[in-house]
Design a protein around this ligand. Structure first.
Ligand SMILES: *[C@@H]1O[C@H](CO)[C@@H](O)[C@H](O)[C@H]1NC(C)=O
Ligand SMILES: *[C@@H]1O[C@H](CO)[C@@H](O)[C@H](O)[C@H]1NC(C)=O
Ligand SMILES: *[C@@H]1O[C@H](CO)[C@@H](O)[C@H](O)[C@H]1NC(C)=O
Ligand SMILES: *[C@@H]1O[C@H](CO)[C@@H](O)[C@H](O)[C@H]1NC(C)=O
Ligand SMILES: *[C@@H]1O[C@H](CO)[C@@H](O)[C@H](O)[C@H]1NC(C)=O
Length: 390
């Protein structure tokens, strides 16, 4: 796991240091490939393509993609099939038309994923009569090529070649239903990985389906440690049933994020709790090697990785994420009452967890906080002006 993170970090440094290609941007110039481009992104193959130094992408137009989508495969299967269209070698137009002995076999990313057994995942490229170039997965039993070369879309020798081919390349192996991450039992997996209390709350609230259904398209879960949740329980129990569900869903982001991705992106994250005008979002903020999650009420830090297997990542965090939508609306309890409940929480749970209570209370006496905040800025300005005068 740690090695993987290290590799991701190195890869990230490498790709940012060099002037890397961006397949999303390349294809965005060609509306004919918008569906293909969309699925490269949602399957995370785009990131894999961008990461590689030498690569060929066989794009198909929207009509060919519609044929594929009409089969209603899972996103996981679509990913396997599209992986057949990405070769770990460089084939520009010229090389394709001058294949030694008229035929060659190349390995696709499907081969590299480890999903493919034996020879599946290899593609035959054949120079045919009349200057045509044919493509077929090696395990195809047709004597006609499955797809033919249409045109070159973009060539950056020898980094990336994007070509158009006539049809989708597929194979029984790529289409075979795989035991994808969607089949896993998310709650028991969370429980086994040290998120038992959080998993129990999800089960009690009947929220496991919402989480499980999101895995396929990519899901990142931020799970408060058992210790943190324990001290939070009195406040959790105070929430309405809907509030509890929202709070739990607030800890899920419907996008796969590796730690490397989180470290390299600051910004807003939408969560599974998002609904209508209630945004239920939070901000990712990098702080050196730390990744911090800031709601308007509390700031949590990622403390560990439980699972990081695209499309699912689960990280342990040191605070319960408190959405402003739930904790701002708490009955206005200014001054002494806040202090009292804070003191009681601290008594319940010595240690860092008590920390996440304080800002929430500040937030419940919201207006006062704002005024003081404004006063702070005023005081700062005054002292700056005084400083300038002196
Ligand atoms: C690639 O380009 C797209 C569209 O311009 C952009 O949204 C995305 O952030 C880029 N990816 C990288 C890794 O730069
Ligand atoms: C792929 O190429 C190999 C070697 O040239 C050949 O034996 C095989 O029949 C080809 N398969 C297809 C499906 O074209
Ligand atoms: C290929 O990549 C290298 C380094 O990443 C870069 O220096 C070179 O300009 C790229 N070639 C093209 C044609 O973009
Ligand atoms: C997951 O496992 C738990 C306990 O092993 C079980 O109670 C639950 O029904 C399972 N959920 C699914 C969706 O299979
Ligand atoms: C729960 O709600 C009640 C009534 O609003 C309040 O008095 C009490 O302090 C709350 N408890 C916690 C732990 O927030």
């Amino acid at each position: 796991m740690e090695l993987r993170i290290l590799i991701l970090a190195v890869v990230f440094l490498f790709t940012t240091a060099t002037n890397a290609h961006n397949i999303t941007r390349i294809l965005a110039k060609h509306p004919d490939f918008s569906t293909f481009n969309h699925y490269l992104t949602t399957t995370h193959l785009a990131a894999e393509i961008n990461r590689r130094r030498t690569i060929t992408v066989c794009a198909v137009d929207n009509a060919a993609m519609n044929d594929l989508l009409a089969k209603h495969y899972s996103l996981y299967t679509v990913k396997n099939i599209l992986s057949l269209h990405i070769f770990a070698d460089y084939f520009g137009a010229k090389k394709l038309h001058q294949i030694t002995k008229g035929s060659t076999t190349t390995s696709s990313l499907f081969q590299a994923t480890g999903e493919a057994a034996g020879t599946s995942g290899y593609i035959n490229i054949t120079d045919m009569k009349g200057g045509k170039v044919g493509f077929s997965p090696v395990d195809s039993d047709s004597d006609q090529p499955m797809a033919t070369y249409v045109k070159s879309v973009e060539e950056m020798p020898y980094n990336i070649s994007v070509i158009q081919i006539s049809n989708i390349l597929t194979s029984p192996e790529a289409e075979a239903p795989t035991a994808g991450p969607t089949d896993l039992n998310l709650t028991s997996l969370l429980a086994k990985q040290g998120c038992e209390a959080f998993s129990d709350l999800i089960t009690a609230q009947n929220a496991e389906d919402t989480f499980a259904q999101s895995v396929e398209g990519g899901l990142t879960i931020f799970c408060p440690s058992d210790q943190t949740l324990k001290s939070f329980m009195p406040r959790y129990k105070n929430l309405t049933a809907d509030g509890k569900t929202s709070l739990l869903l607030y800890h899920g982001v419907p996008v796969y994020n590796s730690l490397g991705m989180l470290r390299s992106s600051n910004g807003l994250m939408n969560t599974l709790a998002t609904e209508g005008a209630n945004k239920f979002d939070f901000t990712v903020q990098n702080d050196g090697e730390d990744v911090k999650l800031q709601t308007k009420v509390v700031t949590a830090t990622i403390k560990g990785t439980l699972i990081d297997e695209d499309p699912l990542a689960v990280y342990k965090i040191d605070k319960v994420l408190l959405p402003r939508e739930l904790f701002k609306a708490a009955p206005a309890a200014p001054g002494p009452k806040s202090a009292r409940s804070r003191a009681r929480d601290e008594a319940d749970s010595p240690g860092p967890a008590a920390d996440d209570e304080a800002p929430a209370d500040e937030d419940s006496s919201n207006d006062g906080g704002r005024i003081f905040g404004g006063g702070g800025i005023l005081a700062l300005s005054v002292s700056l002006i005084l400083g300038l005068l002196v």
